[in-house]
Design a protein around this ligand. Structure first.
Ligand code: EPU
Length: 429
């Protein structure tokens, strides 16, 4: 298994880093191609394992997919098999995003239940409740969701759906289902993430009528034809990748990094907290400059659905707070088990006390290098950031496959900012 080895040089990060396309926008958009038989082209797609997994899933479903990063081309293949097997879904929970488009387009779908993962139980009850409101019959059988349109495979009907809580992929799944349903669908208490807004833009390009994507109420009028039109679209930049480099830039005093292509508008909650911690953050055209000229102060953070502080930035921000002056209280409200990075950071000398969904961090002067292991994508990023702070020491972050799911060419990008990092092939697991 590969690992990343970081030698903490103590030198601040400086230079420019270009942000790739957003993973969590590309995944639903790739699934939206199922709503059309024409040839669609996605541009600015990041080169990531999750993209390969989605391409493999679409191929399994009978699509013709060519991944030539940063472009992906999808067209109809010769046959359709509306079935997402466990082998593919277990590799990537976002595979559940094929459920809405498949049942809307083909009247039926068989999709493996994703199960829990390292960050929490992650049920999909809200996705299923919404599809049922649209006339779907849902059965759970041997680990699979079996969904069928009204009257044994008919067209979905527009409906009013109230989400009990905002869910990103739940909102996206129902938007795609509604895009081919008969009549009008209203989704209430929707996730407002920029990736949801981006999917709304795509569905509009494809000929559905979507209003309000990016707000908590979305109205969708399904297209009358049985399918939507193909599209050509460049994916928005990845705000979480951008946020990760912003935090990395601030981990050592003197850091001065231009994060190219980042949308500050989508990163306000993070920027506000970083500024409160003493980091300078400014917009420079299409880029964001991050400068740290003095010591860091501890600040408190509570994760929340967008536009709140993103759970996907919690681990990286916690690593930053490990070397800030004073105390910071970090509460995780989205996923119940998203502190797996804490015991690893403690092994690097961080002072963190965990109480339920809250981590109380007392800043320390110095972190130390260690061999550490991450259990999810964002936790891995936090350990790399901590490794950069461990001056004079070496840190080996194991199980890099998590990182490869969501950060394109991470060692190359960090290298460009002056970080001494290398990939070690076949390191211990
Ligand atoms: N939830 C339910 N029932 C549902 C759906 C969700 O109870 O039917 C709960 C979840 O258990 C969680 C909360 O609602 O407590 C929010 O989960 P959400 O459904 O919004 O998460 P997701 O759609 O599965 C996406 C991102 C995650 C990101 C979360 C939260 C994609 C492909 N994934 O997941 O990204 O953490 O939203 O913002 O968009 C990552 O990129 O590292 C990542 C994990």
């Amino acid at each position: 298994m590969d690992a990343l080895r970081i030698r903490g040089t103590g030198k601040p990060l400086q230079g420019n880093v270009r942000i790739s396309g957003a993973k969590n926008a590309a995944l639903p958009i790739l699934c939206a191609t199922l709503l059309s038989d024409g040839a669609s082209r996605l541009r600015n797609v990041p080169r990531l394992r999750d993209i390969e997994t989605t391409a493999a899933l679409l191929r399994f479903l009978g699509r013709d997919v060519k991944v030539d990063a940063p472009e992906v081309h999808v067209a109809a293949g010769s046959q359709v098999r509306p079935e997402a097997p466990y082998e593919l879904v277990k590799q990537m929970r976002a595979s559940v995003l094929v459920l809405g488009p498949l049942v809307a387009r083909f009247g039926r779908a068989k999709v493996s239940l994703p199960g829990g993962c390292a960050i929490g139980a992650r049920p999909i009850d809200q996705h299923l409740k919404g599809l049922e409101a649209m006339g779907c019959t849902i059965r759970l059988e041997r680990g699979y969701v079996m969904a069928e349109g009204p009257g044994g495979g008919g067209r979905l009907k527009g409906a009013e759906v109230y989400f009990d809580l905002p869910t990103v992929t739940g909102t996206e799944n129902l938007m795609m289902a509604a895009a081919l349903a008969k009549g009008r669908t209203t989704l209430v208490n929707c996730a407002r993430e920029p990736e949801v807004e981006e999917l709304g833009r795509i569905l509009n390009k494809m000929g559905a009528e979507v209003n309000g994507a990016g707000t908590d109420v979305i109205h969708i009028v399904g297209a009358e034809r049985g399918e939507l039109a193909p599209f050509d679209h460049a994916i928005i930049p990845d705000r979480i990748e951008a946020g990760t480099y912003m935090v990395a830039a601030a981990i050592i005093e003197g850091g001065d990094v231009l994060v190219e292509g980042a949308e500050l508008r989508d990163l306000e909650a993070l920027a506000t907290k970083m500024r409160a911690a003493g980091v300078e953050i400014t917009s420079e055209g299409q880029n964001v400059r991050v400068k740290r000229t003095g010591p860091l102060r501890g600040v408190n953070v509570t994760t929340a659905p967008h536009p709140g502080f993103p759970t996907d930035m919690q681990a990286q921000f916690l690593a930053l707070m490990c070397v800030a002056r004073g105390e910071s209280v970090i509460s995780e409200t989205i996923f119940e088990n998203r502190f797996m990075h804490v015991p690893e950071l403690q092994r690097m000398g961080a002072s963190v006390a965990l109480r339920g969904n809250t981590a109380v961090v007392q800043g320390v002067q110095k972190l130390y290098g260690a061999a550490v292991m991450a259990t999810d994508l964002r936790a891995s990023a936090s350990l790399i950031i901590a490794g950069i702070a461990a001056a004079g020491d070496e840190t080996e972050v194991r199980r890099v496959y998590h990182l490869d799911r969501g950060y394109e060419r991470i060692e190359e990008k960090l290298h460009g900012l002056g970080v001494d990092v290398e990939r070690v092939k076949g390191a211990e697991a």
